[in-house]
Each structure stands twice: as C-alpha cells, then as structure tokens.
Design a protein around this ligand. Sequence first.
Ligand SMILES: [Zn+2]
Length: 107
Amino acid sequence: MAKKNYHYSNVSRGLTGGMICAHCNKSIEDGDYRYYENPKAYITHHKSCCLGDPAWEEMDLDRAEKQRKWDGFVVDIKALMQKHGRGTASDLIMDIESIFDIDYCKY
Ligand SMILES: [Zn+2]
C-alpha cells in the first residue's frame, strides 16, 4: 500500500471532514488528530488511535521546545518587570518594535 500523505491538526485549530475516527469509529471531539484525503473523503484518526505514528513524537518534542523557550521568556520578562517596575516595563515592551526597528506593517 502506498504511504498515505497524513496531515496533523488539533480540534482547536479546526475540523476536517466528518471527524469520525476511522480506527475506533468514534467522534473526534478534542485534541490532536491526523487525516489524509482519499478521492471520496477525509479519513481521520484520533492521536490515541495511531500513537505508533512517529510524527507525533516529533511534534511533541517541538512543542516541548517551544514551551521551554516560552517559559524562559516569561522568566526574563518577569525579571524586567521587577527591575524596572511593572508599568515602565509594560511601556517599554509596547515600544519594542521601535527598539528593534521591527515594522510588522510592511509584511
Ligand atoms: Zn479513534
């Protein structure tokens, strides 16, 4: 059988097709799921029904790394707020575009 072209998503980001798991036949109502498209429909699976798919481990590691970076960022921001005072730090953070010459509007 040809390798299926799976896509990975989470219910919080949107629904794909009928959202019935092709493995357990139950509705996919929350959490991660994967899907592929055949000529007739989207075929979906609960994450828990296809844990052997190595893509999950890769995504879990990626999420953990993003969370680790975020946690470090929050620690730094809290330290800035403690050092400069909450209001001043907030004002400076609002000005961060000009500090780093970032212009989001040009994209
Ligand atoms: Zn299932």
